[in-house]
Design a protein. Structure first.
Length: 308
């Protein structure tokens, strides 16, 4: 199992670290355009191998895609991160050119690769990867929902005063501050609806805090977060590499599912060795359907900027 991570910045390096520590991949290749940067990150991470007890080989390369040849899974984190006050959509001009080039280069050297897109605006960059590569829809996955759901569960556990292992919840829709649809109706604490424990007003606060989860961290850190995004990516990679058949909300190309077509947006999917095994259509309330449709319109508006 060979995994490539393009972009050795904070998110990419965290992703590589979590994959290595889980010890399911034989090799992780870090790639970056900055001279020596990926090599340095890889060496630093390899020097933790004996301390963290993993045998995954991590190598680094400066822009040499031949080193990525034969990758089973590749993660695209390249592009500029958000700064305070920026929306994910504002990154589109620069990041579209980068993702286009990276996706094409990866597929050229690894024609059977499964791509996981992290670069923002993520839903639009995932859609762009489809247009550029022409890969089957099961082999291109956008990482947004897994991260947003982790942030949702964090806020739910906080509100409940419960251990996070007791909490389950999911976020669908666009990976944006306005497009996220946290499914509060379906959130549970050990199978009991969370509405049994906390008020509607508190649950609404959880929803709002979840939607601005990334922006809150950007304001505090001065740049995008990296630990949780890296961990979310590693979860998707492991589900595919180990054929776990786990359900994650991911940004995928829809063709009529949920009444939506010709866009990538976050919905629950089953992940296995082929990438997306199945798109899971859950029964949404009328309000949730309306929020998802509104989110889809926002994603389509951002997609339209690709041709602008």
């Amino acid at each position: 199992m060979k995994v490539t991570v393009v972009g050795a910045g904070a998110v990419g390096a965290s992703c590589a670290e979590y994959i290595a520590i889980k010890n399911f991949a034989s090799e992780v290749v870090l790639l970056d355009i900055k001279e020596g940067y990926a090599e340095g990150k890889a060496m630093d991470l390899m020097q933790t191998a004996s301390l963290n007890g993993f045998d995954t080989k991590i190598t680094g390369s400066t822009s040499d895609y031949s080193k990525t040849a034969g990758s089973d899974i590749a993660v695209i984190t390249s592009g500029i991160p958000r700064k305070p006050g920026m929306t994910r959509e504002e990154l589109i001009g620069i990041n579209a050119g980068i993702v286009k080039s990276v996706a094409s280069s990866l597929v050229e050297h690894s024609p059977n690769v499964i791509l996981i897109v992290v670069s923002n605006p993520m839903d639009t960059m995932t859609y762009l990867a489809h247009k550029v590569t022409g890969l089957p829809k099961n082999r291109i996955i956008g990482m947004g929902g897994a991260l947003d759901s982790a942030r949702f569960k964090y806020r739910l556990a906080e509100a409940l005063g419960a251990p996070i292992s007791d909490v389950d919840g999911m976020v669908i829709g666009g990976h944006s501050d306005t497009g996220m649809v946290p499914l509060t109706r379906l959130a549970t604490r050990n199978s009991v609806p969370v509405s049994e424990y906390i008020s509607e007003a508190r649950l609404q606060q959880v929803l709002e805090d979840t939607k601005v989860g990334g922006a809150t961290l950007t304001k505090l850190l001065g740049t995008s977060a990296w630990y949780a995004p890296g961990a979310a990516v590693s979860g998707l990679v492991q589900a595919i590499a180990c054929d776990q058949k786990k359900i994650f909300p991911c940004s995928v190309l829809l063709d009529g599912e949920y009444g939506l077509s010709d866009l990538c947006i976050g919905v629950p999917v089953i992940l296995g060795s082929n990438g997306i095994d199945k798109i899971v259509e859950i029964n949404l309330s009328d309000a949730e359907k309306a929020h998802l449709a509104e989110s889809a319109e926002g994603v389509k508006k951002t997609n339209a900027l690709l041709d602008a």
